[in-house]
Design a protein around this ligand. Structure first.
Ligand code: CAA
Length: 266
């Protein structure tokens, strides 16, 4: 089903592009956007077990001015505390869905990635930005706090003290600074150039073993919540289990036989 009002989903050369498409509100995350994103991500997860839809995903925003300018502020003005908690949980579920997909996801940030926008970008595997990209968690300016994972993920990405300074001030973080602090991995002149690079990069990356990438993603994300010894235990188990995979057998055999491996993702 690609029949969404607030999202566009296209697949080309095995790379899927999810575009949040609410330009009149700078792609702000309303309940409808989150519900549609939830449906899309669940369907993708179910149907892509054998990589029949895509081997990589990109999350971006329609037009040049904004990636996502945050949660929808107008919608929040009438929410009760219970409704707001459910809204946060729905947004958080979507961040966890991105982290649980079997393909790498790159956030391609054009313009504003504020509040919920920064939070959605942080749940992707990594972030690209155009030279006009702007990040921030400005919720305290509205009497709010981040609700789609920003109080947790920003600290893990840039360190707790820097994350506090950014969150308490609500200030904008320009793309150069975002790269310096590890939030953004690469900066591009234009949105088109960024999207092309992301597509090329994902296609190249997925010539490596898709199964191994999935396992690396799973273990790295799980390790985020664990102590070093628990994390190393998860790693050792996964390292052992991967020896039963076709991709591991093919990859190591191909090296010894001095030929290119043909991975199946199994
Ligand atoms: N929610 C709803 N509508 C929004 C929006 C948002 N987060 N951000 C922008 N819009 C709307 C504006 O209301 C405006 O609509 P109208 O034309 O109908 O008035 C339209 O998008 C264009 O925006 P501006 O005229 O404000 O554009 P600008 O270029 O002057 O400013 C901006 C751009 C600096 C990004 C400014 O729009 C802004 O500050 N937006 C809000 C950013 C923000 O605070 N985000 C955090 C939200 S809270 C949150 O995300 C909570 C959470 O973690 C769960």
């Amino acid at each position: 089903n690609t029949n969404y009002e607030t999202l566009l989903f296209e697949v080309e050369n095995e790379i899927g592009v999810i575009t949040v498409n609410r330009p009149k509100a700078l792609n702000a995350l309303s309940e409808q956007v989150h519900s549609e994103l939830n449906a899309l991500l669940k369907e993708f997860k179910n149907l892509n077990k054998d990589y029949s839809i895509a081997k990589g995903l990109i999350l971006t925003g329609a037009e040049d001015k904004a990636f996502i300018a945050g949660a929808d502020i107008k919608g929040m003005t009438t929410m009760t505390a219970e409704q707001a908690e459910s809204f946060a949980r729905l947004g958080q579920e979507n961040t966890l869905l991105f982290e649980s997909l079997n393909v790498p996801v790159i956030a391609c940030v054009n313009g504003y990635a504020l509040g919920g926008g920064c939070e959605m970008a942080m749940s992707c595997d990594f972030i690209y930005g155009t030279k006009t990209a702007v990040f921030g968690q400005p919720e305290v300016k509205l009497g709010l706090i981040p609700g789609f994972g920003g109080t947790q993920r920003l600290s893990k990405l840039v360190g707790r003290n820097r994350a506090k300074e950014i969150t308490y001030s609500g200030r904008n973080v320009g793309v150069e600074e975002a790269k310096e602090i590890g939030l953004v991995v690469a900066i591009f002149e234009t949105k088109d150039e960024m999207l092309e690079s992301a597509k090329t990069y994902l296609s190249k990356m997925m010539r490596n073993s898709p199964h191994a990438i999935l396992e690396a993603k799973r273990v790295m994300n799980e390790g985020n919540d664990l102590t070093i010894s628990e994390g190393l235990n998860v790693e050792a188990k996964a390292f052992g289990a991967i020896f039963n995979s076709d991709d591991m057998k093919e990859g190591t055999k191909a090296f010894v036989e001095k030929r290119k491996p043909v991975f199946t993702g199994k």
